[in-house]
Design a protein around this ligand. Structure first.
Ligand code: HEM
Length: 512
């Protein structure tokens, strides 16, 4: 962008096809060579030639468009200062309710310490600079995550942090020292999850190592051989190898006990022979290891299967981007060393269940943050869109919708932080007893809220919420993809039921 100053009279003279200028927010744009390429057509630009087009522009575009086409800006109007703030990497949103209260200067929180704030800042910059552009491209093109980004995340300790607190973080340099691995708690974990969600690409969000977060934990907790465990952990944390969780099948989704993939021991007891199929496996297309649920005898077991002949992976088309790497897997007489068993034979249900709480809690973190992003988009749009001669926000019915959306966001974040606080005080074993039901209810409610927020946001954006590009792109994506959160990791109905059943288990007899 040029720092030249220009008068409004000078702009007014450039009002023809041969030289077409206009003003947006006190900045002068020369679009003479851009008119042919303008996605909104030539005519509309000619209509504002030589004039101030600020209102017309913000009625139809987001600020990012100007940042992308900043080369068209040739100067600033003499004596004027642009009002609209350009987003810089790491910036907090100034839109009311655009950030949770702990990131809003006038509010305080008992939960977050200095190390949480340092981590949030470092993560925001990293996501803005490194993750967002890649996420947008992968989401659009249906490409799986590039190795370069995995390597960068590995160096910053992000792959390690995605697994939550634990020994695997000890001695690891996290985001250039923003937090020590030993002090990393569930609030740091929450921050990583919520900041990563801001890359604003739902398919990519799962494509970005979601498979690792729900499967490597099982290896770390249940491997029967320390050396083998460390080898896999090292390969995955360094980004060299990828791992995913392969439980669900055409025969069994939330009902994990119903799986039909079999693992039969060879007569010498040294191997399992695995046969069967898996469906909806996130990241499966690009993984080297599959943490797989199998039937041994009559019960469930979990084995780690390395990619080899006899394994075929093919992409499944879903309603979110192929960037997620959703996969159908076939195991055809695959030979797996018996020591690749996790935990005990026929006790795989413990391995699977032990992971569920963290997975569901992480999904709640993400969908709650995404709901806020959608609400922020609606607040911005209502404030800039002019219809029937006034701003959308001046319509009481729009304000009612926004009130509902904001309330859902704030209620969910407050509940999430309360649950997170309990998690920081309980060892993992106690979490299963006391928090599994509560986390189930939290995730269920967060996705019920997402349903309401998606619905209202589409009504606010109108036709733009139905197109994948332009102003309503975020709304279109959220409305198309929030159901992934309502189904994956346990459907709403299953989680609601779990919450009530667990509560009733603890109902004292004296309360009859
Ligand atoms: C430097 C100035 C401008 C640039 C770089 C620009 C760029 C764009 C881009 C990239 C789009 C595609 C949709 C999106 O990504 O938001 C678009 C759409 C559009 N633009 Fe522009 N534009 C500019 C100025 C204007 C002005 C001044 C007007 C009207 C007076 C205008 C009218 C439109 C219309 C009507 C659409 C279609 C929007 C829709 O259907 O929602 N543009 N423009």
């Amino acid at each position: 962008m040029s720092d030249k100053t220009i008068t409004r009279d000078e702009v007014a003279k450039n009002n023809t096809e041969d030289s077409l200028w206009f003003v947006i927010d006190s900045k002068v744009y020369d679009v003479t060579d851009f008119v042919d390429a303008h996605p909104g057509g030539e005519y509309v630009l000619k209509q504002v030639a030589g004039q101030d087009a600020t209102e017309a522009f913000y009625n139809l575009h987001r600020q990012e468009v100007l940042q992308k086409y900043s080369n068209l800006c040739i100067g600033t109007i003499e004596g004027e200062k642009p009002q609209v703030r350009e987003h810089k990497a790491g910036d907090l949103s100034l839109v009311p309710y655009g950030e949770p209260t702990w990131l809003t200067p006038q509010f305080k929180s008992p939960y977050y310490k200095e190390s949480h704030r340092r981590l949030q800042k470092a993560m925001r910059i990293f996501v803005d600079e490194e993750v967002y552009p890649v996420a947008q491209e992968c989401e659009r093109e249906g490409m799986t995550i590039p190795q370069d980004l995995i390597d960068k995340m590995s160096k910053k300790g992000i792959l390690h942090m995605r697994l939550g607190p634990g020994k695997h973080l000890h001695g690891i340099n996290l985001m250039g020292g923003a937090v020590k691995g030993e002090e990393f708690d569930y609030f740091h974990d929450l921050i990583v999850g919520q900041e990563m969600t801001r890359a604003n690409a739902r398919g990519f969000q799962d494509g970005n190592m979601a498979g690792m977060t729900i499967s490597l934990t099982a290896v770390l907790q249940f491997a029967n051989n320390e050396e083998w465990k460390n080898k896999i952990a090292q390969e995955v944390f360094s980004g060299k190898k990828k791992i995913c969780l392969a439980i669900t099948e055409a025969f069994a989704g939330s009902d994990v006990a119903g799986i039909r993939t079999t693992a039969v021991k060879t007569p010498d007891g040294k191997h399992y022979i695995v046969n069967g199929t898996k469906k909806w496996i996130t990241n499966g297309v690009f993984c080297d290891y599959f943490v797989t649920g199998v039937k041994t005898d009559k019960e469930l077991s979990v084995v780690v299967i390395e990619r080899q002949a006899g394994i075929e992976t093919s992409a499944i088309k879903t309603s979110y981007s192929a960037a997620a790497g959703t996969t159908f897997i076939t195991f055809d007489n695959v030979k797996v060393p018996a020591e690749n068993l996790l935990g005990k034979e026929n006790k795989g249900i413990h391995v699977i269940l032990s992971n569920f709480n963290h997975e569901r809690w992480m999904m709640a973190c993400a969908v709650i943050r995404m709901s806020r992003l959608v609400t922020e988009e609606c607040l911005k749009w209502s404030n800039q869109r002019i219809v029937f001669g006034k701003k959308l926000i001046e319509q009481p019915t729009i304000r009612q919708k926004l009130a509902k959306m904001i309330s859902h966001c704030e209620a969910n974040q407050a509940w999430l932080e309360n649950v997170t606080y309990q998690m920081t005080l309980m060892p993992y074993s106690q979490q299963s007893t006391h928090l599994a039901g509560l986390i189930g209810l939290l995730k269920m409610f967060a996705t019920r809220s997402a349903h309401e927020i998606a619905d209202e946001s589409v009504q606010i954006f109108g036709g733009r919420a139905l197109t994948r590009t332009g102003m309503g792109a975020t709304i279109e994506m959220f409305h198309r993809t929030y159901k992934f959160d309502a189904i994956l990791g346990g459907a709403e109905e299953i989680l609601g039921d779990l919450g009530v059943r667990q509560a009733l288990k603890n109902m004292p007899r004296s309360m009859l």
